[in-house]
Design a protein around this ligand. Structure first.
Ligand SMILES: Cc1cc2nc3c(=O)[nH]c(=O)nc-3n(C[C@H](O)[C@H](O)[C@H](O)COP(=O)(O)O)c2cc1C
Length: 198
């Protein structure tokens, strides 16, 4: 099958879609929906979020030097889309979406979303102006996992979180588990056991 050439564009897909929490001393807690988000380092653990300087949230992150990344479940998707089309300049998005701002461990100002399956508390280590967006690289200083998603042994069950992904303007549920890290070289009995474990 051949490929048709199209103009260069941001067609990496799927990407995560997340709710980024931010605040300053003067400005109340805000949420911005971000799809230009990614893991960028393991030690120390780091993520990047790319945000346009015209966004209200940009100034909150720039000034406070911190933000949270809140994973999005199906239950949070409507609010996530809303937070991506309305500005915190005009409204309190937590109140509008019936979401609860909680203290993000390790941070002073940026809130986490209580209803999110998992949040990352991030301190800005770098910010890079790339053109349309500024990429904030945040070191993850704390991870909060909703308690129904972690068992007594500390194993995290994100398969129960109903996570959502974003691809070319649309949201998708993560429906089917197809394999696990290294499954292509796992012995058949290991593959079977691990897949049954969930
Ligand atoms: C699915 C989706 C993904 C988005 N991703 C980004 C992004 O990666 N960076 C960005 O600056 N804006 C992104 N936006 C737009 C902002 O979320 C939107 O402009 C928002 O209203 C800004 O809120 P604020 O003014 O309160 O900061 C996205 C919107 C949606 C719906």
């Amino acid at each position: 099958m051949s490929h048709t050439s199209i103009n260069p564009s941001t067609l990496l897909a799927p990407t995560p879609v997340v709710l980024v929490g931010c605040a300053t001393q003067a400005e109340k807690a805000n949420l911005i929906t971000v799809a230009w988000v990614g893991t960028v380092n393991s030690k120390p653990p780091m993520v990047s979020v790319s945000i346009q300087p015209i966004r209200h949230s940009y100034h909150l992150i720039k000034e406070s030097g911190e933000f949270t990344v809140n994973l999005v479940s199906r239950e949070l998707l409507h609010a996530t889309d809303f937070c991506g089309v309305k500005s915190g300049r005009d409204m309190d998005k937590f109140a509008e979406c019936n979401l609860t701002a909680i203290k993000a461990e390790g941070l002073t100002l940026a809130p986490a979303v209580e209803e999110s399956p998992l949040y990352l508390s991030c301190k800005v280590r770098e910010s890079l102006n790339l053109g349309s967006h500024t990429m904030f690289v945040g070191e993850i200083v704390h991870v909060g996992v909703r308690s129904d998603l972690i068992d007594e042994e500390g194993k995290i069950h994100l398969n129960k979180a109903n996570l959502v992904a974003y691809a070319h303007g649309n949201y998708y549920g993560l429906a089917e588990r197809l394999g696990f890290f290294g499954y292509s070289v796992a012995r058949p009995e290991v593959f079977k056991r691990r897949m049954e474990e969930g």
